[in-house]
Design a protein around this ligand. Sequence first.
Ligand SMILES: Nc1ncnc2c1ncn2[C@@H]1O[C@H](COP(=O)(O)OP(=O)(O)O)[C@@H](O)[C@H]1O
Ligand SMILES: O=P(O)(O)OC[C@H]1O[C@](O)(COP(=O)(O)O)[C@@H](O)[C@@H]1O
Length: 304
Amino acid sequence: MIYTLTLNPSIDYLMYIDEINVGKTNRASREQMLPGGKGINVSRILNQFEVSNIALGFVGGNSGEFIKQWLQKEGTTTQFIEIEGNTRINVKTKGHQETEINGAGPVISEEATNQLRQQIQAMTSDDLIVLSGSKAQGLPDDFYISLITLLKERNIPYIFDTASQELLEALPMSPLLVKPNQDELGELFGTEIKSIDDVVTYGKKLHEMGAQNVIVSLGGDGALFIDGERIIKADAPKGNVINTVGSGDSMIAGFIAGLEQGLPASQAFVLAVQSGSATAFKEDLAEKADIDALNGAVKLNYLH
Ligand SMILES: Nc1ncnc2c1ncn2[C@@H]1O[C@H](COP(=O)(O)OP(=O)(O)O)[C@@H](O)[C@H]1O
Ligand SMILES: O=P(O)(O)OC[C@H]1O[C@](O)(COP(=O)(O)O)[C@@H](O)[C@@H]1O
């Protein structure tokens, strides 16, 4: 079974507003509520590919209920742990620019944390788990690393997508895939990524340090793939960009779906880019038909 884990899910509250004036009253022309959180987005796209999966994580309050009901309506299986407090609301303003204000989220108790550990202890090496997104409050600083240590003891493959430094610590425990975006790659190494050569240099470091597959996503400039055998740059398909929230998560799901279909890694990467861009061209996450509509639109350039 494929599992996704979202420690700090969210309602993504989209507000359409041309320009924000800080310190003034701003009015949106319209708004929309969507379920959010990185693992949850991965689950929703896997569902589009009809890849069975179970969404794990902590949810609470009416906002948590909103997410659960949305996923269940779509047919995604959830095994969330119910917690005290309310799942956070992340505000995303859409206008000339996208601005995001992500909430802190509820504090997770030790009891809930232990329940999650038990869920992981019940997994086997036939499973795969996607760990992604920020950590919730109350969890120890090394929480992801402690979970990954449990996974490694059981030979359970995992994908890790977080902006925190724990990503570097996890590399020796050979994640199946890591997917920083360009800014996150720079932050990991305390540098600014200014060129595709820089992306290659630092992306290769992630592979050399232990990641089996590396995708560095580059927004409208596409993505870079590194797996030790090859380095491939993909150009993103062109289209009308509506909402890029969840594009990175869609890539991860597309890559998994490709591997599940038995595609070679380079073709799974193509499906990842298609999925990311299809989501960027939609208000909500992409549907399967949107991803299919980009068949043949991803151009690959083998750099090595
Ligand atoms: N403006 C865009 N035009 C076309 N595709 C895009 C655009 N923005 C994002 N994408 C697609 O989504 C993928 C992930 O986007 P990115 O913004 O890099 O990730 P994240 O959401 O993790 O920050 C990109 O590699 C690309 O395929
Ligand atoms: O856990 P974090 O880092 O606060 O991120 C949560 C946010 O990221 C998202 O999962 C989108 O992530 P991506 O744009 O990187 O795919 C939103 O749905 C959510 O609001």
